[in-house]
Design a binder for this molecule. Structure first.
Ligand SMILES: [Zn+2]
Ligand SMILES: [Zn+2]
Length: 294
């Protein structure tokens, strides 16, 4: 897949929640209440992803708010004996899944059900890099999952992401809530997508192409590479990390009492990819997707 920098693309920014449960599985809020709550928080779209079932979202969308049908499927067994959890967005037709297939064939089947398939909460699930690297057809992983964080502090999977990127896996990083309406798991992780319009097709194709950034707080206003110099501009934060594989990268820190809203990094030429994290005084973070350099 070609790197698709949203800051260089035409279109509009839309804020979305990609992983949301309702009373149709183990959430505390009805689909209508979930939609009303995210709308009131300034979101433009949600993907309803109840466990192992398709929740009816008909009648929930409005001209200025999109509700996308989805599902979270638990499948198989990883090295630690836990099921793989996949989030599917843009679910088409009836939900079905084959039995007794390898995990690779299951993912191929899931891709036939929806155009966007993500690996949910790798840290929480105890996924190894080898298990994740074997998955083909998955667009990326949840770099941040609010529910896994507020539940037991295992919401952040940025090391898993870097491990995969360092091995040439071109996955995007999605921040999500996985909201159930408990433990402050709502409006803690989201994506800003650059899309041509607020239609399901436009939003999902932008999400699949990496035309978005993720956040649990800060805003990113620009991120680009010109020649050998990468520049990021963001809302005021305390630290900005430029990250490549292994030890390649750089951290810029704000002076005492100051906020940092711009930083540059000159490539050393060894980076296979470059991504950025902008971290505020409360630890809230915004994550760009990687620019692939090889
Ligand atoms: Zn899950
Ligand atoms: Zn979930």
């Amino acid at each position: 897949m070609v790197s698709c920098n949203p800051f260089l693309l035409p279109g509009h920014w839309f804020k979305g929640a990609l992983h949301v449960h309702t009373t149709c599985s183990d959430g505390r809020l009805s689909p209508a209440d979930v939609v009303a709550l995210y709308r009131s928080r300034g979101y433009h779209f949600v993907v309803i992803t109840d466990h192992n079932r398709r929740t009816d979202v008909s009648g929930l969308s409005a001209p200025d708010f999109l509700v996308i049908p989805g599902v979270e499927l638990g499948w198989g067994c990883n090295e630690l004996g836990q099921p793989y959890h996949f989030v599917l967005a843009g679910l088409r037709g009836e939900l079905s899944w084959p039995v007794e297939l390898s995990i690779e064939r299951v993912v191929a089947h899931l891709r036939g059900l929806a155009p966007l398939v993500l690996l949910a909460h790798p840290y929480w699930s105890g996924m190894t890099v080898a298990e994740m690297a074997a998955l083909e057809g998955v667009a990326g992983l949840e770099v941040y999952n609010t529910s896994a964080e507020t539940d037991l502090g295992k919401g952040l999977s940025s090391v898993h992401w870097d491990d995969l990127l360092a091995r040439g896996k071109r996955w995007w990083g999605y921040a999500v809530d996985d909201s159930h309406g408990i433990n402050d798991d709502l409006d803690g992780g989201w994506v800003w997508v650059k899309a041509g319009s607020l239609s399901e097709e436009s939003v999902l194709s932008a999400l699949a192409a990496g035309a978005f950034y993720s956040s649990s707080g800060p805003e990113i206003h620009d991120f680009r590479l010109e020649g050998e110099v990468a520049t990021v501009r963001c809302s005021p934060v305390q630290r900005i990390n430029f990250l490549g594989q292994a030890q390649w990268g750089f951290q810029r820190r704000a002076g005492q009492g100051d906020g940092l809203s711009c930083a540059e990094y000159r490539l050393c030429g060894r980076e296979l990819y470059l991504r950025v994290e902008c971290i505020d005084a409360h630890g809230r973070t915004a994550w760009t997707n990687p620019l692939f350099l090889s």
